[in-house]
Ligand binder design. Sequence first.
Ligand code: DNO
Length: 361
Amino acid sequence: MQMGFRWFGEGNDTVTLDQIRQIPGVTGIVWALHDVPAGEEWPMDKIEAVRDQAARAGLNIDVVESVNVHEDIKLGRPSRDGYIANYKRTIEKLAQVGVKVICYNFMPVFDWLRTDLRKELEDGSTALFYEKSKIEDIDPFELVRRINENSALTMPGWEPERLAHLTALFEAYQGVTQEHLWDNLRYFLSEIVPVAERCGIKMAIHPDDPPWPVFGLPRIITSQANLRRFLKLYDSPYNGITLCSGSLGANPDNDIVAMIHEFADRIPFAHIRNVRVYENGDFIETSHRTQDGTVDIAGIVQAYHDIGFTGYARPDHGRHLWGEQCRPGYGLYDRALGIMYLWGLWDGAERRAARERKVAP
Ligand code: DNO
């Protein structure tokens, strides 16, 4: 297991590369050009600038998260081909600087979705929170109307300046079913994966977060059965998964350990984090420790060890601790603690395996 740490770039992250390099066992940053809009080709000089910054800190840039997919590709519009051509050229450029894995997602309109970015936990820290009733069964057009009428009412991702854009996208997705989305994903993969194969880059789709449809928008990367279907859309080791335990774990029916075993050779990248799911379906992000949430982090790390995982991993969203001012979910302290917990589990698994090898006849 190779450990990375997400970094949003110089001037765009409260965490510095010098801090990251002091976290035990971290060998690379997980990065992206966050100022390049989805659909545009990434400029080489900006890619090289990140490579050089990381190299000065002794960190690799093997994992990119994310090269975002333009909505026209997800919608299957004729203009998708131009955006796909840009995507291919970006893959080729990233190969030139040694990138090994590209994480992306295929969620319409929103990436991860929460209702509160700083909900207080019992210990006084704050964390990302999802309140089901605020999102499910809500007509998005009605929500836009309510926010327009009452500026005190808002939600992450629904800032007043985004409302017109959101409304246009919701209109565009009307009538787009899950099956349409599967077709558009298949088309995207059939174009992209051959390029990734040629470049030696593994594409790794991120599951939908949360793993169910929101605001009437289709979501398909949600479960073991759907991941199986996804992998069959294009059968290649270069068409893989970013197995995110927190995203999938928001649905307690998802058995992540079983997924690790079933998809063992198709997981180039693992996001490992915990969530606590409540009976009413709300969930909050907790520390990485198994006992703090409802996801079996100890079982998950053991499963990665059992399959001989040599891919990349990173801790995911952390809580905001000790007064840290940071991007929601992306502070230094809790993710660094998370890494030490993951290494503790991993090293324990190594010891057990070595002991078992010794006593084996
Ligand atoms: C959340 C992240 C996601 C992820 C994208 C991948 O913090 O895990 O935003 O980067 O879904 O494209």
